[in-house]
Ligand binder design. Structure first.
Ligand code: FPP
Length: 229
């Protein structure tokens, strides 16, 4: 039997919600709604399996060009997720944090997200990190600007310390689903030595079985981090 190597950090690019819905002759919004259910299943599965950190790409800096009703639906789901699920995560000792610039979100959503992140700050369980209005290039530029503002030397260590993910481990695995094979501006800095796992499943079909399949594939990989074997 293959030995399973549980990664510390898995990062997911949630994709295929629209196509999943289209196949069912349903509106794209329904795909996102079922995507939220998948998100809950994946967080629970990762926690159960002993993964310590999980990251998700919920809304990119480029997604704002989508039709207004789709963006409004996504923002509504994020607010609902904050009010219901994330509050529960805080009680379960999960650490909830965000990457990206929240200022483009409705005021009450920003407030809800910030108060959850603050309440969960000292929690010690799985870290659930969600990218909202997130872009990897924007994150690196913001971190570099903060380093420069403080007159610190512009080193990789200092940039790392001012990223939205400061203090987290780099992802061991970046998962891209729905048959796509791109990074799409996700965790550009942090993915330097990540293993990429591509699966054809649409995001709304994700659950514990998918996570196990991904971890099994990762377990068979040999990581050298630029060194020799
Ligand atoms: C990509 O599918 C998915 C997104 C742009 C949004 C992901 C968001 C969620 C799963 C729900 C909201 C998140 C939270 C944190 C509550 P797509 O629409 O690009 O699918 P397609 O490629 O099939 O069109």
């Amino acid at each position: 039997m293959q030995e399973i190597n549980i990664p510390t950090h898995i990062a997911f690019i949630m994709d295929g919600n629209g196509r999943w819905a289209k196949r069912r002759l349903m509106p794209r919004k329904y795909g996102h709604k079922m995507g939220v259910e998948a998100l809950k299943r994946v967080i629970a599965a990762c926690d159960k399996l002993g993964v310590k950190e999980v990251s998700f790409y919920a809304l990119s800096t480029e997604n704002w060009s989508r039709p207004k009703d789709e963006i409004d639906a996504l923002l509504g789901m994020i607010k609902k997720f904050a009010d219901e699920e994330m509050k529960d995560y805080v009680d379960k000792n999960y650490r909830v944090r965000f990457m990206g610039e929240l200022h483009r979100l409705p005021e009450e959503t920003q407030k809800a997200l910030k108060s959850i992140a603050a309440a969960a700050m000292n929690n010690t369980g799985i870290v659930v990190n969600i990218g909202i209005n997130y872009g990897g290039r924007d994150e690196i530029a913001r971190a570099a600007a903060r380093v420069a503002e403080r007159n610190l030397p512009v080193t990789a260590e200092n940039i790392d310390a001012y990223l939205d993910t400061a203090g987290m481990h780099d992802p061991d695995i970046i998962v891209r689903c729905a048959g796509e094979k791109r990074l799409s501006n996700f965790m550009l800095w942090q993915s330097a030595y990540s293993e990429f796992v591509f699966v054809d499943d649409f995001w709304p079909d994700f659950g514990e079985e998918t996570v196990l399949r991904i971890i099994r594939e990762y377990s068979g990989r040999e990581r050298r981090f630029g060194g020799l074997k």
